[in-house]
Ligand binder design. Structure first.
Ligand code: NDP
Length: 419
């Protein structure tokens, strides 16, 4: 019996909301609130005949803490699921603290305006001190730890697939498979084909910022940064086949370096096709990935935002995407004094997802863990005051929920390793 406020009604939120409505005994009431209320109303109307969850909708600008507080005070949810954009993480955390409500999201904070001088000063200091230059990092949200502890509230960060399930896989490996973990390789493969010359599978702005940034990995207690897409490997993925993958910086490496301190190396690889990379390089070379406004015929235009308006809406890729995703973690380490390897992953079929919830697998593999994370918080399995990432909780009930609600795990104890 829980009342939940979902903020955002895009590709990922739509899947999470579909899945919450399949678990009406827990998610008894849901308010879908977003910037564009008509999208919330459309989804609510589609789901209403199929669920006993009572759905309402609201309009909110989640950049505005006052509006958020007013909405939370009026609706009185037990949990706010932030499935808008990473730009809104801090305002929504502030509103949750002001109203005494638990919080969760699917991606760590990054600012919308990377030219903001006050943010830039902190960012440049962090780049020098930490040794990686991605726009996003956990420091902004970890700064809320004491406030959430003192308020007796839980904030769950990054509960999608990666970050999210990948960290639960790490917690599972640590709890059940290894005495100590030496290396972790996180492999994110999208073997899907949408037939478009160029499109991103989730929010284009957030996606292109992430993949055009320098790559980095954790080794021997420090970050190693490399030029974008400069480390390439090939891997033969179960049910997908051979794919090229590239080393990227990714947010869960930052928290795993702290929570699994014995790990000597943690890397993240994502697959990309040649056409995607060629388009991205070209767009970058002509300045279309820039986040700084340019003056165009008297109007201020942010190139990456303009590009977003031209690219296909990721939600529209659902009906046309065929193939599978395969995302998981390969570990090396020791068990009972013996060397051991272990691979845990999920394979998800784009068309099956579309049949079930009307979305492709990238939104599905993020939205299902968001629902399962909410389920952990609402059923008291993951509640502890403070701000936490997924691997800091017991992975067992979460992985069991993922098995049940659409993202079952596969395992191998003799995987091919990545050199
Ligand atoms: P979309 O762009 O499809 O949806 C974003 C939603 O947020 C839209 O409904 C948008 O409203 C709403 N929104 C944006 N700004 C505001 C605002 N100021 N106030 C209220 N609502 C707002 O994004 P996705 O669904 O693809 O991604 C959602 C989140 O999931 C992102 O944070 C992304 O980084 C994360 N993600 C995480 C993954 C993981 O594995 N952990 C993988 C993929 C994504 P409007 O309709 O008006 O634009």
């Amino acid at each position: 019996m829980s009342k939940v406020l979902v903020i955002g009604c895009g590709g990922v939120a739509s899947v999470a909301i579909h899945k919450c409505c399949q678990v009406s005994e827990v998610f008894t009431e849901l308010c879908i609130a977003s910037r564009t209320k008509s999208k919330c109303a459309k989804l609510a109307a589609e789901l209403a005949p199929k669920t006993s969850t009572k759905i309402t909708t609201a309009q909110v600008d989640a950049d505005d803490v006052r509006q958020l507080i007013d909405l939370i005070t009026a609706y009185k949810p037990e949990l706010v699921m932030n499935i808008a954009l990473p730009y809104q993480d801090l305002t929504i955390m502030d509103a949750c603290l002001a109203c005494g409500v638990n919080y969760m999201d699917t991606a760590n904070y990054e600012p919308e305006d990377t030219d903001d001088p006050s943010w830039r000063a902190v960012y440049e200091k962090r780049c020098k001190e930490a040794g990686f230059s991605a726009y996003f990092d956990y420091s902004w949200q970890w700064a809320y730890r004491k406030k959430f502890e003192e308020a007796g509230l839980t904030a769950l960060l990054g509960c999608g697939f990666d970050p999210g399930v990948t960290q639960a896989y790490c917690a599972h490996a640590k709890k059940h498979e290894f005495d100590s973990i030496d290396t972790i390789d996180i492999l994110d493969c999208n073997g899907g084909d949408h037939g478009c010359a160029f499109a991103t599978n989730f929010n284009p702005e957030v996606n292109l910022r992430e993949v055009s940034a320098p790559g980095s990995y954790w080794e021997d207690g420090h970050w190693v940064e490399i030029p974008p897409m400069s480390v390439k490997r090939e891997y033969d993925f179960d049910q997908v086949g051979h794919k090229d993958m590239y080393l990227l910086h990714h947010e869960e490496i930052e928290s795993l370096a702290l929570t699994i301190p014995e790990a000597k190396r943690i890397r993240f690889f994502m697959t990309f096709g040649q056409s995607y990379l060629d388009h991205m390089r070209c767009l970058e070379n002509v300045g279309m990935l820039s986040t700084s406004p340019v003056d165009f015929e008297g109007q201020q235009i942010v190139p990456i935002k303009f590009l977003k308006a031209l690219l296909p809406d990721p939600a529209s890729l659902g009906p046309r995407t065929k193939g599978k995703t395969n995302i998981g973690c390969i570990f090396t380490g020791k068990k009972d004094g013996q060397d051991k390897t272990y691979y845990i992953y999920n394979v998800c079929d784009h068309q099956e997802c579309y049949k079930e919830v009307g979305s492709q697998a990238i939104s599905y593999t993020t939205g299902v863990p968001a629902m399962c994370g909410a389920l952990m918080l609402l059923t008291g399995k993951w509640n502890k005051p403070g701000v936490y990432t997924v691997e800091e909780f017991d992975p067992d009930p979460f992985l069991a929920a993922l098995d049940k609600y659409g993202l079952p795990r596969s395992e191998s104890r003799t995987p091919a390793l990545v050199d």
